[in-house]
Design a protein around this ligand. Structure first.
Ligand SMILES: *[C@@H]1O[C@H](CO)[C@@H](O)[C@H](O)[C@H]1NC(C)=O
Ligand SMILES: *[C@@H]1O[C@H](CO)[C@@H](O)[C@H](O)[C@H]1NC(C)=O
Ligand SMILES: *[C@@H]1O[C@H](CO)[C@@H](O)[C@H](O)[C@H]1NC(C)=O
Length: 441
């Protein structure tokens, strides 16, 4: 923590958390006592990671060998992928676009990262990812050009927006004709596209682009390495999401949040996002729709026998609420804002911060997430690619189900341990996308 500089707020926070921890640890808190006794429950100090696994995910062979399929002799035209949203959403769409370009036997142009709308900034693809490396790694998988040939470089591409298309439509049928007609098109891939009917070489291009060709730029990687080095080792990277907008969006109701948090959530609610009430709220929660609070997260971590003195890097955006629910129990929590110097942090854009969290999380000893968003999917896939298996998604659904059955304290911990252990043993829950194959250990 002291490596670079520490923000005063963080000090106050951790001091408060520490005091709270002492308060909670006093013997007059019966529920916590029973919680503590469960830490020795799993004989000795074996945590979830020491459980023997049966399956794990590895890159599929057809991907690793697919550069053996020769590229088409002639190109059908040029495709630019236009990407929107947060860093990991843009990356997801870009990877999809690479697969589509190969499917159509087209030549890929560097993508457009349209970030202004979401992040209020203007960092494009080349500001985040190493372009030379990308081109080199894609050699044999798909044709990529850095510059368009002069006869088309002057015009804007013809835009084909597939992003609103649902279900399975055929890119060859619906996009290839525009490509052949206009020679240069831009596409935004559909949200949910079935790729099971892609030829393997197209799937392989996607996999290669997404997991083996995207590396942060030198300067970003240097910043990220600094951050990584400042984190006490070994450490767990915890992607915790409990921000006002996503809680409001979940339409879940919470009791026991602070008035400040409640106000922030109310303010983030639109008229069409009123929380469910009564029976509907109960069913909604039981289906695993409600984000875990930091407090619930701390409870589950304990159920998984993660020691409370574990070094935890908080991979989280700004505006995380109720963080004391975690830091009062797990006292060695560090954040970007505490580890990076003030000026560095202040001048950093959303995408840059997201890139740092991503980098730390694919290099941490272990990774846990309370949500299953684009970042979590990227990180779990990259960790699998690198052979880092200590990756786990905390189950909102298991937590909701067990608590709705009235389980609490020790019994709740037992049930949570079992549910997560089974996921970990079977390699379930990380739901790796098309590029990875299950491997029996
Ligand atoms: C792309 O090229 C392959 C041969 O390399 C061919 O089998 C396939 O039909 C082509 N697809 C399109 C859409 O032109
Ligand atoms: C975006 O940035 C501009 C100028 O820095 C600022 O005035 C505006 O409020 C910002 N918009 C959002 C949505 O943050
Ligand atoms: C966490 O939740 C438990 C039970 O729901 C509650 O007793 C405790 O006070 C909470 N702790 C914090 C720090 O919010």
């Amino acid at each position: 923590m002291s490596v670079i500089s520490v923000k005063p707020l963080f000090v106050i926070l951790s001091t408060l958390s520490f005091l709270l921890a002492i308060l909670l640890l006093s013997p007059s808190t019966p529920s916590l006592q029973s919680e503590l006794s469960t830490i020795s429950r799993n004989s000795g100090n074996s945590d979830i990671w020491s459980v023997k696994r049966i399956f794990e995910w590895r890159p599929c062979n057809w991907w690793l060998q697919s550069h053996l399929t020769p590229l088409p002799a002639t190109s059908t035209g040029y495709i630019r992928v236009d990407c929107y949203g947060g860093l990991n959403q843009m990356r997801r769409d870009f990877c999809d676009g690479v697969g589509i370009a190969r499917l159509l036997n087209a030549t890929l142009v560097l993508p457009k990262f349209e970030v202004a709308a979401y992040w209020n900034e203007s960092s494009g693809f080349a500001d985040i990812f190493d372009v030379d490396y990308f081109i080199k790694q894609m050699n044999g998988f798909v044709n990529v050009v850095r510059e368009l040939p002069p006869e088309i470089s002057s015009k804007e591409p013809f835009r084909v927006d597939c992003s609103k298309r649902k279900g399975h439509f055929d890119y060859i049928e619906s996009v290839l004709p525009s490509l052949l007609k206009h020679h240069y098109i831009s596409i935004t891939p559909a949200m949910s596209q079935r790729r099971d009917r892609y030829p393997l070489y197209a799937k392989a291009a996607l996999c290669q682009a997404c997991y083996s060709a995207l590396r942060l730029t030198k300067s970003l990687e240097q910043k990220a390495t600094e951050l990584l080095e400042a984190i006490p080792k070994p450490f767990l990277s915890l992607h915790l999401r409990f921000e006002p907008d996503m809680v409001a969006y979940s339409q879940c109701q919470y009791s026991g949040l602070s008035p400040t948090s409640m106000k922030a959530i109310e303010a983030a609610r639109g008229d069409d996002r009123k929380p469910w009430t009564g029976e509907a709220a109960r069913i909604w929660r039981k289906r695993g729709k409600c984000p875990l609070t930091p407090n619930e997260t701390a409870f589950i971590l304990q159920a998984l026998s993660i020691p409370t003195n574990t070094n935890i890097y908080l991979a989280a955006g700004d505006g995380l609420m109720e963080i004391e629910g975690l830091t009062s129990i797990y006292t060695n929590v560090v954040t970007k804002s505490a580890l990076l110097s003030g000026e560095d942090f202040e001048s950093m854009h959303g995408n840059t911060k997201a890139a740092l969290d991503y980098y730390v999380s694919i290099n941490s000893d272990s990774y846990m997430a309370t949500y299953f968003g684009n970042m979590d999917k990227m990180v779990s896939a990259m960790r699998a690619f690198k052979g880092l298996y200590k990756t786990l998604f905390l189950s909102r659904r298991a937590f909701a189900e067990f608590t709705s059955e009235g389980l609490e304290g020790e019994r709740l911990m037992q049930a949570l341990w079992k549910a997560h252990k089974d996921d970990f043993v079977m390699g379930r829950g990380s739901a790796l996308p098309d590029c990875f194959c299950e491997f029996k250990l």
